[in-house]
Design a binder for this molecule. Structure first.
Ligand code: UDX
Length: 450
């Protein structure tokens, strides 16, 4: 059992802190946001993540997990301090390290005994060294020692608890072997593969892994766009490609592009890191560009198919960047919906949980008049009622299980534009829809005889 303080109760901090408590450690999660801490103390979870609320409550009741805004005290009482503060993207695409620097300063000021400071925030290469120097600068008692370790996070939103409890690997970057071993031992109950390396390489692994996954997505989206033009089916192409174990079948689902808190931010940050050292990272730049274009491609597709969207009502299914989360950061819906509105369409938007976040985002981004052209509902079939087309942006379970007969009876025109390839072409043909998806032949009931 270790005494762990986790600084930052965002996604990563909250999930990792809870999982460390679950495996038997004494964890105290800290944040400067007192209101958030107060809500957490009362069992109110600020993010939607399946299973998290129950696991937090259980560990709170069993006295392994607590929350505080008294960060100095939490630091003083802990042996291991996890840094899980935000590193948002700055205007230039660079990771903003102000929260990391502030946390390092506080740790330095409060360092009263040997501690290991572990970085879980996604930070540019070299931040481990920077954290070390900031702490050193602020320690009061120069006899007190500490070590800095990098332990990047690979959680996926929507399955974060499962990813954490059954992690595929734990990357541990340390210059001091003993400190690295303590963090490796901490991961023992997760029964995972431990990969030990130096701090810089660990920091780089996180960016390289996310940029590679983003590359796979943009690559298959590019292939999908060609497939549409040559009459091939990208799902077959991906399946055939994926059978080569060197390529692998995962992350080859064509769609309307990646979003979320990691890929957009981390790809930009990697390009920036490369620039800083005088390297022009063209490949990742083009991955980012393809991803941007892909969001607009679905709007062009809608305009092309519908002739003109002006005055038309479009049912948009899904606002979150992926299912099982209320996270809308860099979600394709944030680009697609304003584009449709600007083209004169009315949007009826469905999402089971991401409506409040989207409304808040659009209240800052769109004019009053534009906002009035969007109606929100958690009633899927209500959104389809009387709409001229259905546009799928997130593959929520409700959407995958759509009752197509009912959907057809609700829609004014049986037209589905599917940005997530949710349905088989055969099914859509059989049910009599005009169906346009990504990288697959269109099913046009007017042209293809049933
Ligand atoms: C990702 C990484 O998977 C995780 O390891 C990292 O630590 C954080 O970033 P997350 O953003 O939660 O996790 O979601 P993920 O499931 O990876 O999906 C990211 C985006 O890619 C989503 O918008 C998703 O729709 C898209 N995607 C994913 C595709 O378009 N096609 C695919 O084949 C896979």
């Amino acid at each position: 059992m270790k005494k762990i303080a986790v600084l930052g109760t965002g996604y990563v901090g909250l999930v990792s802190g809870t999982c460390f408590a679950e495996i038997g450690n004494q964890v105290i999660c800290c944040d400067i946001d007192e209101g958030k801490i107060l809500r957490l103390q009362q069992g109110e979870i600020p993010i939607y993540e399946p299973g998290l609320e129950d696991m937090v409550k259980k560990n709170q009741q069993e006295k392994r997990l607590s929350f505080t805004s008294d960060i100095p005290k939490a630091i003083q009482e802990s042996e291991i301090i996890y840094l899980a503060v935000g590193t948002p993207m700055s205007e230039s695409g660079e990771a903003d390290l102000s929260y990391v620097k502030a946390a390092a300063k506080t740790i330095g000021q409060q360092l009263n005994s040997y501690k290991i400071i572990v970085n879980k925030s996604t930070v540019p290469v070299g931040t481990g060294k920077l954290v070390k120097s900031i702490i050193k600068e602020h320690v009061q008692d120069s006899c007190v020692d500490f070590d800095v370790v990098s332990n990047p996070e690979f959680l996926r939103e929507g399955s974060a608890l499962e990813d954490c409890m059954n992690m595929e690997r734990a990357v541990i970057g340390a210059d001091n072997d003993q400190a690295g071993q303590i963090i490796a031992d901490l991961h023992e109950p997760f029964h995972t593969t431990i990969f030990r390396t130096d701090i810089e390489s660990a920091e780089m692994i996180k960016y390289a892994a996310n940029a590679f996954l983003a590359t796979k997505i943009s690559f298959i989206n590019d292939i999908a766009n060609i497939c549409e033009r040559v009459g091939a089916d990208v799902t077959h192409v991906a399946e055939g490609m994926g059978m080569d174990s060197r390529i692998g079948s995962k992350f080859l689902q064509a769609g309307i592009g990646y979003g979320g808190s990691c890929f957009p931010k981390d790809t930009q940050a990697l390009v920036h890191i490369a620039q800083e050292v005088g390297y022009d990272l063209k490949l990742v730049q083009s991955v980012i560009q393809t991803n941007e274009q892909q969001k607009y491609a679905v709007v062009h597709k809608a305009k092309e198919i519908m002739g003109d969207v002006n005055g038309k009502t479009i049912a948009v299914l899904g606002l979150a960047f992926k299912p099982n989360t209320d996270d809308i950061r860099y979600a394709p819906s944030l680009t697609v919906i304003p584009e449709l509105i600007k083209a004169g369409a009315n949007v009826k938007a469905f999402d089971p949980i991401a409506i409040p976040a989207t409304q808040q985002e659009f209240s800052m981004k769109l004019s009053q008049e534009q906002q009035q052209n969007i109606a929100y509902s958690t009633d899927l079939y209500g959104v389809l009622e009387g709409s001229d087309a259905c546009l799928i942006l997130t593959e929520w379970q409700e959407v995958l299980q759509l009752d197509l007969e009912q959907a057809k009876s609700k829609l004014k025109v049986p037209l589905i534009i599917d940005g997530r390839n949710c349905f088989s072409l055969e099914m859509m043909l059989e049910k009599g829809f005009t169906y346009h998806s990504i990288g697959r032949p269109a099913v046009d009931r007017l042209r293809i005889p049933v």
